[in-house]
Every structure is written in structure tokens, then in C-alpha cells.
Design a protein around this ligand. Structure first.
Ligand code: NAP
Length: 510
């Protein structure tokens, strides 16, 4: 067996991932070596900038194994990693020291996201520290833009997802990609169903994932009612901004005040508490994490109830259970207010583009008063009748999506263990009946090992839990959703709650 030493170029493998180009480097004293008898080297991986303790039996000399490993993988980030090690090797051949392993900047702005080799080992993201050392600096590469600006109407965020998406966009490229939404223009493929109770209409197929919807500008005539918005997380921040940008008079509040900044810059006013927002406004929307969060903003100190008075409307757009919906509705009505539940289908990008599907139920007069607000936030609004129907519809759809994602994860994991190329498998999948935005965007996330939260995993687990509760009450067996829920629980316990729901793959592939 070849003896390897610091400085050697190698192929190194972490469980669940293919052999990846790397270099044996000096160990980082801050990163504890995992316990066990196995001999290990500290490896720095090209392309990702990650470091990991790796067992010697999973490390192979680079040159001797190049032919075997470099052709076994077609992922763009793998190809980049191979280019990088080749470049380093060439420089070494010319006597130029290889500094790339110490100085490369991460693609991920936050440095917090995963790369394919970030499991089962303590991994450091020391790039920020290392760039302060006095070693020669490589010129920084411009950072890749992970997400499109609001003006960009194509939905690619990475090379791979772009590749997968372009296949379906080929015949559906937005005509006006350069079009910049003006204050009163929204993008919609349809006019909202505002007149009819529409549970009998054909369901909208938009998944909580990047969609390939074509955006067509539409006018929004903003109501002159004063609008409040409570909860500026991933969804709420874009929803509130769309309200402002379509000419609504908006006052916002968020528990963590910093998150108000961008919406205030866009033209919203700042409320000092939920009660203050309610006092200043006629219709108040909220979009917060879960049932407890809704209770906190409504019943808590300086909560919605304290500002509520006759005629005002409260519209909760969070995904919560039917009991909480009814409890909050009752409390609001006791104060003379009106209540509407309006959970949404669609994820971060749909929220950004005003393309959500809104599932409203409850007070119909309030629903009618929300017309322009819903137009600003969504492409389609359903009025589903009695209170609780919004929550039930949302939960059932979310449950289906969570189970499907768990199944995609299992399949991709099995493919990898069976020695198949996951990339090719996904490409084939996307040419068949299962091709859909969920498979494309989340499949790409899995293959890239990149899980920025569009739909945080903890919210998906919450939705599954609440969906299972409905099944429990109605004695409906939900074997698949139940098993999926366990996987999401496990992923949460592994620390992936704040990553995207696609990170359930990590629990499956552990
Ligand atoms: P998020 O980014 O995690 O934001 C959660 C929001 O809730 C933040 O504004 C947070 O305030 C607030 N919050 C949490 N606990 C609170 C408490 N105890 N008191 C007051 N405020 C509290 O979540 P999100 O993705 O925007 O999702 C919001 C809701 O929409 C959830 O019910 C989710 O299930 C649903 N939804 C999400 C998606 C999606 O793709 N993301 C899609 C459909 C539906 P801080 O900023 O202070 O933490």
C-alpha cells in the first residue's frame, strides 16, 4: 500500500459520496480527530473547501487512480473539483506552490451550506480565517448568484438545477425575461378565482418547489385599506414586499426586528408590536412558523387581540392545525374582528414573484376585502368555505410532498449505493412521468449537497405531524406519511431543521 503524506494529491471518499479530489493537509488543531482505531489523514477537498478526517483505506493516490475516478461522475461541482486539482498539480509540476487549498473562497456566501463531503466528519469552514494569513492570495472569483433577482424571471440557481430546468423551459421560456416589474405590475398566469367557492375546480399543480410557471404581467389596483403584516420570515418578507410594491399602505412587525429592514426600505412602516400594527391597520396578515408562534402573536403580550376592534380583519397565512385556526378565530371574533385563514402553496420563489396559491376559508366579507392583497401575493386564490378547510387542504398537500421528497431521497440514496450515477438517474427521471418542479429542484439540491432553506425542514416535519393528527382523528391509515415523518424527525435531530426539506436525504443516506 502506498504511504501517503501531507501534501499528496488524493482521491478521498466519505460514506454515501463518490471519491472526490483532495489533498492531505496538516491537521487543524481545532478539529478533533474522530475516536476509533483507524488510521486517518486530514484531507482538504477541492471544489468545496471542506476539510475532513478520512480513513486511510478510503484515500487513494491521485495520479494512479485518475482514470478510474475522474470519469465516474458528471456532476458540475465534481468536474470543477477535478479541474482545480489538475490546475494545482500542473502548477506543482512547474515548481509553483499550490496555495489553492488554503485560499479558495466558498461559493456559499454564508459559508453555512453543505457540500457533498460534509458528513460523518468534523469539517471546518476556515476560509475566512485563512485568507487573513500572509500567504500569497489567489484572486477571488466572483461569487455565483444562487438565486435570481426579483427581475430575473428564469428560475435557475445553480448550474445543475439550471440544466435540469432548462429541459422543461425550452418551450416555455418567459418572453419578457428582461421585463422589470413596475410598482403596479404583478406576474400571474391566471386571474384569481375570487367569485366562486371553488373546491370543485381542477386543482392547481404548483408544488412547494421551484416552478416553471411563465410569468405574465398583471395590473393590481391596491385597496385604500391600511394593511398590516406580521412575520417576515422566508415567506412573509416577500409577501409583504409584494404588497408594498403593488401600492398598498403597509405596516410591518417581526419578532426579530432586523428582518424588517428590507421591507421598510421598500416603503413599509414599522409597527412597534402586533397590537400596534392592528391598531394602525384595517386588515392584518400574518405568516409565522407554527401554531405556537400564531398563539404568541395573537394572544401574547401586546398581541393582535389587544389591538383588535370591530370591523378589522385578521388573515393568518401560516400553516397551522384546524384546532388552532378555530381557537384564534373565536378570540378575534369575540373582539368584534373578522377572521380568515389563508395558508399558501408555493415556496420562496413563488412568494418572491407573487405566484403563491392561496387557500382561503372563513369570513367571506374579509375574503372579498383582501382581493388586491391576494392579487399582489398570489397567482390564484381559492375560497374553500368553512373555517379549517384551508388548513386541511394545505396539510394534505404538504404531507404528500413531504412523503414524495422522502421517496426521492431513498431512491437517490439506493441508486448511489447500487453504484449508479445519480445525476444520470435524475436526468432519466426528468424525462418521464415523474418530471416535476419538486424532482428537478430538490433532486438538484441533493446531488449538489446544497440545501439553502426554501422550505425549512422543520416546517415540513411540522406539516407532516399536523397531517398525521388529522389522520388520527379520522382513523385514516397514513403509513407512508408516518414513515416519512420519522425520517424528517431524524433529520431534525441530526441538526438539519433550518436547512431545506430536501436535507431529509441526509437522514436516509446516513
Ligand atoms: P421562517 O422563515 O422560519 O419564518 C418564521 C417566522 O415566524 C419568522 O418571522 C419568525 O420570527 C416568526 N416566529 C417564529 N416563532 C415566533 C414566535 N414565537 N413569536 C413571533 N414570531 C415568531 O418560515 P417561513 O418559511 O417564512 O414559513 C412561514 C409559514 O409559512 C410556516 O407556517 C410554513 O409552514 C408556511 N409555509 C412555508 C413555505 C416555504 O416554502 N418556506 C411554503 C408554504 C408554507 P423571527 O424572524 O423572529 O424568527
Amino acid at each position: 500500500m502506498t504511504t501517503l503524506k501531507v501534501g499528496d494529491f488524493v482521491w478521498a471518499k466519505m460514506t454515501g459520496y463518490p471519491y472526490w479530489p483532495g489533498k492531505i493537509v496538516e491537521e487543524d488543531k481545532d478539529v478533533k480527530k474522530p475516536k476509533g482505531k483507524s488510521e486517518m489523514h486530514y484531507v482538504r477537498f477541492y471544489g468545496t473547501g471542506d476539510h475532513a478526517w478520512t480513513k486511510v483505506e478510503l484515500i487513494k493516490p491521485y495520479e494512479e487512480n485518475k482514470e478510474t475516478f475522474s470519469v465516474a461522475n458528471k456532476r458540475p461541482n465534481f468536474i470543477d473539483a477535478v479541474k482545480e486539482i489538475e490546475h494545482a498539480s500542473e502548477r506543482r509540476g512547474k515548481g509553483i506552490p499550490d496555495t489553492s487549498s488554503e485560499e479558495e473562497e466558498s461559493e456559499d456566501e454564508n459559508g453555512s451550506d453543505d457540500e457533498p463531503l460534509s458528513k460523518h466528519a468534523k469539517i471546518t469552514s476556515k476560509k475566512a480565517e485563512k485568507t487573513t494569513k500572509s500567504t500569497p492570495k489567489r484572486r477571488k472569483q466572483p461569487k455565483k448568484q444562487n438565486y435570481p433577482s426579483r427581475e430575473q424571471l428564469t428560475l435557475h440557481h445553480h448550474d445543475l438545477s439550471h440544466y435540469l430546468l432548462t429541459r422543461s423551459l425550452e418551450n416555455n421560456t418567459p418572453q419578457n425575461a428582461a421585463h422589470k416589474p413596475s410598482s403596479y405590475n404583478r406576474f400571474s398566469s391566471d386571474t384569481p378565482d375570487i367569485k366562486l367557492p371553488s373546491s370543485r375546480r381542477s386543482p392547481d399543480t404548483t408544488a412547494d418547489a421551484d416552478s416553471t410557471t411563465q410569468y405574465i404581467p398583471r395590473e393590481v389596483m391596491a385597496t385604500d385599506k391600511k394593511i398590516g403584516f406580521i412575520g417576515l420570515g422566508i415567506m412573509g418578507s416577500s409577501m409583504a414586499r409584494n404588497l408594498v410594491e403593488t401600492g398598498h399602505d403597509v405596516t410591518v412587525w417581526n419578532r426579530t426586528q432586523d428582518k424588517c429592514t428590507s421591507v421598510i426600505k421598500a416603503g413599509a412602516k414599522q409597527g412597534s408590536s402586533p397590537a400596534d400594527v392592528v391598531q394602525q391597520c384595517d386588515i392584518i396578515f400574518s405568516c409565522v412558523a407554527d401554531p405556537n408562534a400564531v398563539r404568541d402573536i395573537v394572544i401574547g403580550n401586546y398581541g393582535v387581540l389587544q389591538g383588535m376592534s370591530s370591523g378589522k380583519g385578521f388573515v393568518d397565512m401560516s400553516t397551522i392545525d384546524v384546532d388552532t385556526v378555530k381557537e384564534i378565530a373565536e378570540a378575534i371574533c369575540m373582539r368584534g374582528g373578522r377572521y380568515l385563514e389563508a395558508p399558501v402553496n408555493g415556496s420562496k420563489k413563488e412568494a418572491e414573484h407573487g405566484q403563491l396559491v392561496i387557500l382561503a376559508a372563513g369570513d367571506r366579507s374579509l375574503y372579498m376585502d383582501c382581493y388586491s392583497s391576494f392579487e399582489a401575493m398570489g397567482k390564484k386564490t381559492f375560497f374553500l368555505g368553512e373555517l379549517g378547510n384551508g388548513a386541511k387542504n394545505k396539510m394534505i398537500m404538504s404531507m404528500m410532498m413531504g412523503s414524495f421528497m422522502a421517496s426521492i431521497s431513498e431512491s437517490l440514496s439506493l441508486a448511489e449505493k447500487a453504484g449508479l450515477d445519480q445525476y444520470t438517474l435524475l436526468e432519466i427521471l426528468n424525462m418521464g412521468a415523474l418530471s416535476c418542479p419538486l424532482v428537478k429542484s430538490k433532486g438538484a439540491a441533493v446531488l449538489e449537497g446544497h440545501f439553502p432553506a426554501n422550505f425549512p425542514l422543520r416546517h415540513m416535519q411540522k406539516d407532516l405531524r399536523l397531517g398525521l393528527q388529522i389522520g388520527e382523528e379520522l382513523e385514516q391509515p397514513l403509513h407512508i406519511a408516518g414513515a416519512s415523518n420519522e425520517l424528517y424527525k431524524r433529520s431534525k435531530a441530526m441538526g438539519y431543521g433550518d436547512r431545506d426539506m430536501a436535507c431529509v436525504y441526509r437522514a436516509v443516506n446516513a
